[in-house]
Design a protein around this ligand. Structure first.
Ligand SMILES: [Zn+2]
Length: 154
């Protein structure tokens, strides 16, 4: 599994000092997607405006909001390090239209504790596409709340 350089730098603050590095790998895959490019621009502007404290705050919010993700990824990291889990070749190899990017990552389709090590080996490109698909499905299945909490709105 290839670890992006920015994650081995060991300092979260590096993220906003080198936004180009952070998105370089992903940007390659979506170079012709204007929607993605726009999102990248907005993201960079937001990260730069927030600064180091903003980054720390964001990470704290992320950890609180997605405890399952943190634990699932930690479980995979440990299982890989201890040889309990081994990743195979990209599961999308052979899928029509898939141009495999090689190095595999562990893809979760569920962050429930029972599924922490229930992962699919996917290359970066397949992983990004799989996550996008998953988000699309989740957005569709989200039901509108029966009654909007109007009184709590500012
Ligand atoms: Zn692949």
């Amino acid at each position: 599994m290839k670890v992006p350089a920015v994650l081995t730098a060991g300092n979260a603050a590096d993220l906003h000092e080198a936004p180009a590095v952070q998105t370089a790998g992903v940007a390659d895959f979506f170079a012709d997607d204007p929607d993605f490019q726009r999102q990248v621009e907005q993201y960079r502007a937001r990260v730069q405006a927030a600064g180091r404290e903003g980054n720390a705050r964001y990470q704290a919010v992320y950890r609180a909001r997605h405890p399952g993700r943190i634990l699932a990824r930690r479980a995979v990291r440990l299982a890989l390090a201890h040889g309990v889990l081994k990743l195979g070749p990209c599961a999308w190899i052979g899928k029509p239209g898939h141009v495999c990017a090689g190095d595999v990552e562990a893809h979760h389709s569920s962050y429930a504790e029972a599924d922490w090590l229930n992962v699919q080996s996917l290359c970066r490109r397949a992983h990004l596409a799989a996550d996008r698909e998953q988000r699309k499905v989740q957005r569709k299945s989200k039901k509108a709340p029966a009654l909007l909490p109007l009184l709590e709105w500012p």
